[in-house]
Design a protein around this ligand. Structure first.
Ligand code: AMP
Ligand code: GLY
Length: 424
């Protein structure tokens, strides 16, 4: 069969690497892809939100399955677009329809969903411009720190952790009255701050049954020791030692099953991934957020621990027989180190020539923000490459991924050398 992957980051590179190995896959297309995805398939320069362009490609290349990487096309309704189109309606899309994508597209929707289905999450209240005064009063009674979340998608920037009441009141006003994050902050969720260690749990569902994929831990801050500004993610590790069988049983019973059952009770169709961002507080899982897609850079580590045919699982999602499929997970450890552009996550350097990838010894170099410039591979994004290694134990995986990252060079390159070391 012919498969199309939508997206262009490290996550989509890892998907493409895995899908290309499947016995089901004849031709693979990636739209728009990056300089690395051409190793696995054909790049087509179409934006993930250009639904008409995607339609033309799907018909021209006789695509039989579409795997959606990022949240934006899902929240904008790419799956609904397929279902509403006579020529596309029978071509399966892996990724939820707009309603299910609200789990990520609206923080207020996801908090209400969790409340309705008794899924453990931080206490919260939602405010709009009209209820700003109530919000300011509420903040005065809420404990500190307090978390403010723009309701809509804000490119990963819409969450603020405020340490003082003054800061919280100023930010709430900026978000609601001055549209700090545009339309995304026309509603704001004010939430209790949770302490603990974060964990990313990934579930694949056909709307009835589900499979739990390998869990991962993601490192979000730019600086070593988890300091400095937030980024899209500087590295990941899988498995995560504290997420042992007893812990994952709690997650499954208290979060995963009520989530799948909740979607069914609410009549929300859902075929795709659910990424559950958890806070582990003294051994108890609390949901921080849902995403309607896989994580990046978690997917790079997760794909390397799935030993079964990934397309077979995708077909289970598409055809509604996921319960008949088997997922084989490697007991080994996968580590991913993300190499970023100089200046990232602020203004960053671009169009720098990347050298040395041929010297990498025992990792896969997944491309993210790269493009071809003649015969050169150049940097185009903040997150440039994701270096992923699998080894028998965590220490060697971390060491190898870091060593391999240091064999690559471009002007201004930076990566964290401490990914996963807090877990050793
Ligand atoms: P979100 O976009 O909801 O994932 O939030 C971004 C990041 O903010 C999370 O990955 C956490 O590090 C942090 N965060 C969000 N909500 C909370 C909370 N209630 N308590 C503590 N940290 C939080
Ligand atoms: N790594 C976090 C995310 O993909 O949102």
């Amino acid at each position: 069969m012919n498969i199309l992957i939508l997206g262009s980051g490290g996550r989509e590179s890892a998907f493409a690497w895995k899908v290309a190995q499947s016995a089901h896959c004849e031709k693979l297309f990636i739209a728009p892809g990056n300089a690395g995805t051409t190793q696995y398939g054909t790049n087509v320069n179409i934006k993930v939100t250009d639904f008409e362009g995607i339609k033309a490609l799907v018909l021209k290349e006789d695509i039989n399955l579409v795997l959606v990487g990022p949240e934006e096309p899902l929240v904008k309704g790419v799956h609904d677009f397929f279902l509403a189109d006579e020529q596309l309606k029978n071509i399966p899309v892996v990724g939820p329809q707009q309603e299910g994508a609200q789990l990520e597209g609206s923080k207020d929707f996801s908090k209400q969903f969790m409340e309705r289905h008794n899924i453990p999450t931080a206490a919260y209240r939602t405010f709009t411009k009209d209820t700003l005064q109530d919000g300011l009063t509420y903040l005065a009674t809420a404990g500190l720190p307090v978390v403010l979340k723009a309701d809509g998608l804000a490119a990963g920037k819409g969450v603020l952790i405020c340490l003082t009441l003054e800061e919280a009141q100023t930010e709430l006003t900026a978000m609601l009255a001055d549209a700090k994050f545009g339309e995304a902050s026309s509603r704001v969720v004010v939430e209790q701050f949770l302490t603990g260690i974060e964990l990313s749990v990934f579930v694949m569902t056909d709307g009835n049954s589900y499979k739990i994929l390998p869990e991962a831990k993601d490192y979000k801050r730019i600086g070593e020791g988890d300091t400095g500004l937030n980024t899209g993610g500087m590295g990941s590790i899988s498995p995560v030692p504290f997420a042992d069988a007893a812990y994952m049983k709690k997650v499954e019973e208290r979060v995963i099953i009520p989530t799948i059952e909740g979607l069914k009770k609410d009549g929300i169709p859902y075929k795709g991934f659910i990424f559950i961002g958890l806070m582990n507080s003294n051994g108890e899982p609390w949901v921080i957020e849902y995403n309607c897609r896989m994580g990046d850079p978690e997917t790079e580590s997760v794909m390397r621990r799935i030993d079964s045919d990934f397309v077979d699982l995708l077909l289970g999602v598409a055809e509604g027989n996921l319960n008949e499929k088997e997922i084989i997970i490697s007991p080994k450890t996968a580590a991913t180190v993300v190499m970023v552009a100089g200046g990232y996550p602020g203004e960053y350097l671009k169009n720098k020539v990347i050298t040395g990838t041929e010297n990498v010894r025992d990792s896969i170099v997944f491309h993210a923000g790269t493009a071809m410039d003649g015969n050169d591979v150049i940097t185009t994004g903040g997150r440039v490459l994701a270096i992923t290694t699998v080894q028998d134990n965590m220490f060697s995986a971390l060491q190898q991924a870091t060593a391999d990252a240091s064999r690559i060079y471009y002007d201004g390159m930076y990566f964290r050398k401490d990914i996963g070391f807090d877990l050793l």
